[in-house]
Design a protein. Structure first.
Length: 250
């Protein structure tokens, strides 16, 4: 419920902020305290707008690529952690050390699956997962029935599992999404002002141009809000669901 409300507010802001900026800019040009100074500025030419529009377009393309890469990485990290956990379980069964390792692996998976809450990583749960991992590796190192090569294989699989988990935690804890959205608002507002300036003396074309760009501006912000946090939107039940499936197979 909280996640739905949070995402709902983000989408509302993504739609409303560009519209409010457009209203403020057009109102300031028509009846604001600086309207006379703005309307007397006749030296701005179309290439000025092209430069601002190019800046906004490049930044929007960068955010779109970043969101796409985040979705791919989120799925890869979750799959990497679950696949490594399955390999540890299979190897433990094959080596005859099920009783020593599977309970430790189960504790790790239970702790790791509980780390995520509304798309963020809970610090206390993170520490619990790291302790469970240390216990798992300690059990592998201390198991007397393992030879050196088997022990090295299991430790390597555990390290692969932990690296995937650390990458997932880093991605889920990304705090730059609001900053990226704020930067897009700044670039969008500058582009709206540029559109207004290059249409001085032509109020109707000005309003049409600013309105059309505002629609594109809002669309970019909406897409950034939706795709910028994959664990909140497209994978809200991960890694819990994937790791639970591994637990069922132990």
């Amino acid at each position: 419920m909280y996640l739905e409300l949070s995402m709902g507010w983000k989408l509302v802001l993504a739609v409303c902020v560009p519209v409010l900026l457009a209203i403020v800019i057009l109102t300031a040009e028509a009846r604001g305290p600086l309207s006379a100074s703005i309307q007397s500025c006749k030296g701005v030419v179309a290439p000025y707008f092209n430069g601002m529009a190019m800046l906004f377009s490049l930044y929007a393309a960068l955010l779109a690529s970043d969101a796409w890469q985040k979705d791919i990485q989120a799925r890869r990290f979750v799959n990497g952690e679950t696949n490594a956990a399955r390999l540890i379980a299979h190897t433990a069964h094959a080596m005859g050390v099920t009783a020593a390792l599977i309970p430790k692996l189960r504790t790790y998976l239970e702790a790791s699956s509980g780390e995520m809450d509304r798309g963020t990583v809970i610090p206390a749960a993170r520490g619990k997962t790291e302790n469970a991992f240390d216990d798992l590796v300690g059990a592998i190192v201390r198991e007397p029935s393992l030879d050196s090569s088997s022990r090295a294989i299991l430790i390597g699989e555990a390290q692969t599992m932990m690296r995937a988990r650390e990458d997932r935690v880093h991605l889920a804890s990304d705090a730059t999404v609001p900053l990226k959205g704020f930067a897009m608002v700044i670039f969008g507002a500058i582009t709206q002002i540029a559109l207004m300036l290059v249409h001085l003396g032509q109020r109707r074309p000005m309003r049409v141009a600013v309105s059309l760009f505002t629609v594109s501006f809002s669309t970019c912000l909406v897409l950034t809000a939706i795709f910028g946090a994959p664990f909140q939107v497209f994978m809200p039940h991960q890694p819990g669901a994937a790791l639970s499936d591994v637990l069922k197979g132990l």
